[in-house]
Design a protein around this ligand. Structure first.
Ligand code: ZN
Ligand code: ZN
Length: 740
């Protein structure tokens, strides 16, 4: 049997007039009545090829009607082969309009929609008839697939010129086209001009708005549709449900489910999946599960939606149960688990799932997997693993896009290797605003303000417009490097020069810059000038500055605002307690401690992680769970001894006299988690390796001093990443110049 790749018999474009197979009119009419049922009965491509061969023998292949049917069966049936259809098409001397339309239609839904448009252009010159109402909807569909706004717009113009501008099929496809290209306004205009709107017209416009992140408008349109007495169908309801999910409007979603039942709208897999998705997005996993269990048919989308529901509600036991029960796990299912763990602050679990995925050999990680996994590496400071993923991407020839580039830069920067980050940055040709911003952020967190500013001016030279993220990173850079004037300049240029309206984050950065440099009054003035009410983060920046410059009254004011806005955030109490402690107000400290205990506020525990020999080790304050615990503590004793010799005294004023410290007063050192991690690093890493520690909270003054001393006494480079920035300790100094 012929296969798809079998070359066709080469034929002249025109039949030989003297050949006995020349078709005369009688033969044509008698034979095509016989061949049409034959074509219709074909159930696979092999049978069609036999009919094709037979038609070539009898000369019927040159009968436009029969051939059009043959090509249509070949291009559009369930066993279609568009390549074979195209080869036949190229052999017909003069394809009729029907055949041109068939090919345009088939290509529009193929993997290669651009062919549809190319055939359409050929048709304009090669077909004696003009494109008609069966041509335009499909070539417009191809333009939608390609998001080719200009091409589609030109085709729209042609349709109007050929007096087809009010054809409902064409208008419906134009609504979909403009919506897909993101021009909701034009979609709405075309819809408005549609004279007799049918259910497809309404479905198109509702779907366009639902998918264009305008759920309110989509639901409004649905109500209009009802008012116009157009009966909705299952496709309408899929659009409406998607809008409910986006609005997180469970009540309306439930009403829609009742509406579906009341109006006897045919349930099918797609509609059930839409209901499932609505429940999950609205946070009702229970209702989703009830539907899921009674669904007669489930596909990979149903399973993945259910998995996503459990993962989003952090119910990992049930998520894993669904995952294990899935008939097959595609990469989307793996991605749900990895990204959910990563985003809920469980990077270790995320990496464990990634390891499982690699062991299972199939499916292969895709871009989404790698972005989530790199983010997990960043959180942990796991540079070895992050580097391995980079190598993997190169080996597998994974195409870099802006997301992956940004993730790689961010991973290297957060894991302390700025040179590598810069290498990735320099290796890409096309840099969008996110890639540039990631590099600025990298320099910012390492306190290299000048370099960050440099990158920013290069970005402007490259004619890339900065966005809100760029400015947050830029202001952070100024703040970490103490570049007060530059920070002020950028802040006041944001709106007039770059049309980026300063948001809360920018104000918080600016308060930080002003406050830290001692301009407390100016910082307060700035807060008073804010157009939106200041958030806890803005007051927090002021409070931190007060702590630094010892402005006690202002600190209390800032703190009362913070506690009002966010009363259950333990961090605020720690900050205030520090200020009390600094000024020796011990009674206030213990009053605050009692208040926190009474309110039952849970503290965020300090946790430091360090990567050694390919695995990540985590430490909590004063913990003794690590297998090398004994060695670590004797190392700490040794450190304490050596520090004492150089005159070090634990800095009690930096202590957070608030939480756990009193439990370990007996030890010569305050046993914050970063000290344990550094001691472990001294034991496990070779002297040439830098000791890289990631801490979830801010580093305290005592740990900062100790790290500086260790870097000198032991001749080691220590990189400590805290919540906001990096500290590079080398030879007794820190890159932050004690300004953090
Ligand atoms: Zn500390
Ligand atoms: Zn530092």
């Amino acid at each position: 049997m012929a296969t798809l790749s079998t070359p066709l018999i080469s034929l002249p474009r025109h039949p030989n007039p003297s050949s006995p197979t020349t078709v005369n009119n009688d033969l044509r009419s008698s034979s095509h009545t016989a061949v049409i049922p034959q074509i219709e009965q074909c159930t696979n491509i092999g049978q069609l090829k036999q009919v094709h061969a037979q038609m070539l023998r009898t000369g019927l292949f040159f009968d436009p009607y029969s051939t059009s049917k043959l090509i249509s069966a070949c291009a559009l049936s369930s066993f279609s082969s568009i390549d074979y259809a195209r080869q036949m098409f190229d052999q017909i001397p003069q394809p009729n309009l029907y055949t041109w339309n068939t090919l345009i239609r088939a290509y529009a839904s193929s993997a290669d929609p651009v062919e549809s448009i190319l055939v359409f252009l050929d048709m304009l010159y090669g077909c004696s008839e003009c494109p008609n109402k069966y041509t335009y909807p499909f070539v417009i569909k191809a333009a939608s697939e390609l998001r080719a706004l200009h091409t589609g717009g030109a085709i729209h113009g042609m349709a109007i010129k050929s007096s087809l501008g009010s054809d409902i099929y064409i208008l419906n496809s134009l609504v979909h086209f403009y919506g897909t290209c993101g021009d909701l306004g034009l979609a709405r205009r075309v819809f408005g001009k549609t004279p007799k709107k049918d259910v497809v017209s309404w479905n198109s416009i509702i779907t366009v708005f639902a998918q264009g992140n305008c759920p309110e408008e989509a639901l409004e349109l649905f109500k209009e549709m009802e008012a116009e007495n157009v009966e909705p169908n299952d496709v309408t309801m899929v659009g409406v449900l998607s809008a409910c999910g986006q609005k997180v409007d469970l009540e309306f979603g439930r009403w829609v489910c009742l509406y579906i039942a009341r109006n006897r709208i045919t349930e099918n897999l797609t509609l059930n999946n839409a209901v499932l998705d609505m429940y999950v997005k609205c946070g009702s996993v229970e209702e989703a599960k009830i539907l899921f269990d009674r669904m007669p048919e489930k596909d990979i989308v149903s399973w993945t939606t259910m998995l996503d529901g459990y993962a989003q509600s952090r119910n990992y036991d049930k998520a894993w149960r669904i995952f294990d029960a899935m008939p097959s796990q595609d990469i989307a299912a793996w991605n749900v688990l990895i990204s959910s763990y990563e985003q809920s602050g469980k990077p270790k679990e995320a990496l464990a799932v990634f390891n499982e995925l690699q062991k299972s050999k199939s499916p292969k990680p895709d871009g989404v997997t790698l972005v989530s996994t790199l983010a997990a590496c960043s959180q942990l400071g796991a540079i070895e693993l992050g580097g391995q993923i980079h190598v993997y991407m190169k080996k597998q020839g994974i195409k870099m896009n802006s997301h992956l580039t940004t993730s790689l830069i961010d991973m290297y920067a957060k894991c302390g290797d700025l040179d590598k980050a810069l290498e990735v940055f320099n290796s890409v040709e096309r840099r969008d605003v996110f890639v540039w911003s990631a590099m600025i952020s990298g320099f910012a967190m390492h306190g290299r303000g000048r370099d960050a500013l440099d990158i920013f001016s290069k970005m402007l030279e490259a004619k890339v417009n900065p966005n809100a993220v760029t400015f947050t990173n830029l202001l952070c850079a100024c703040s970490h490097a103490g570049l007060v004037d530059k920070g002020k300049m950028f802040f006041y240029q944001m709106e007039p020069v770059y049309s980026v309206v300063p948001g809360v984050k920018h104000y918080a950065c600016m308060v930080n810059i002003l406050g830290r440099s001692g301009n407390l009054e100016e910082a307060v003035e700035l807060i008073e000038k804010m157009k939106t009410p200041p958030t806890a983060s803005v007051w927090g920046a002021l409070l931190a500055a007060c702590g630094l410059h010892g402005s006690f009254e202002l600190a209390e004011k800032a703190c009362s605002h913070m506690l009002e806005l966010d009363p259950r955030n333990h961090g605020h109490y720690v900050l205030l307690s520090n200020i009390y402690a600094k000024t020796g107000k011990w009674e206030e400290v213990s009053g605050l401690r009692k208040l926190v205990r009474d309110l039952g506020i849970k503290k965020e525990r300090g946790c430091s992680s360090i990567e050694a020999n390919g695995s990540v080790h985590e430490f909590l304050v004063g913990d003794n769970f690590h297998p090398l615990c004994k060695e670590i503590y004797s190392k700490l004793d040794e450190i304490a001894g050596r520090l004492k010799l150089v005159g070090y005294v634990p800095n009690k004023s930096h202590l957070l006299h608030f939480w756990e410290e009193e439990d370990m007063k007996d030890h010569a050192l305050i046993l914050h988690s970063e000290k344990l991690a550094i001691a472990f690093g001294l034991i496990s890493l070779s002297p040439s390796q830098p000791i890289q520690v990631v801490k979830n909270l801010c580093v305290c003054g005592d740990c900062h001093t100790v790290a500086k001393l260790i870097s000198k006494l032991y001749g080691r480079v220590i990189l400590l990443r805290d919540r906001y920035r990096f500290h590079h300790f080398r030879d007794g100094h820190c890159s932050c110049n004690d300004y953090w």
